[in-house]
Design a protein around this ligand. Sequence first.
Ligand code: SF4
Length: 174
Amino acid sequence: MNYMKIKKTDVSNGPGVRVSIFVSGCHHHCKNCFNQEAWNFKSGTPFTDDTIEEIINAMNHEYIAGLSLLGGEPFELINQKGLLPLIKKVKEVYPDKTIWAYSGFLYEELKEMEYEETKEILNLIDILVDGKFVEELKDPNLYFRGSSNQRIIDMNKTRKSKKIILSEKNTRRN
Ligand code: SF4
């Protein structure tokens, strides 16, 4: 897996100040994607154990609320394989910090994936922001998502109730 960048004080992709990683590679090719240079799986820098350590260290501040996973597409299989050890490590070291994952796939599509990694990731993350970016539904007043078709899913409640429960953050200004 390659990644494009790590933001160590990100205030746009989830609540509070977060560490965010933008992975490389995405097959969705949404019209007017905000990050087209991340479509290529070969773009960016190889993700290694040192990268995991860098992220764990960057999260070691009280003001960091959690980790956000973006892309590219974090749920491309190669990226799931790369991100799973990071997700596990973050859960182990910072059980009280939240993990948000963004995906162009719908939750229902991710549930259908047969990879063990997908099941594990869906069991570990706190929030899934799902769905492709749709230019016609773009709304700058939405919190933490680009277009109104995208959903901010509370994964803890969804796992418990076995039906999709949206987060209280699934709102817009005004
Ligand atoms: S899923 Fe995200 S990274 Fe991929 S094309 Fe759509 S907006 Fe861009």
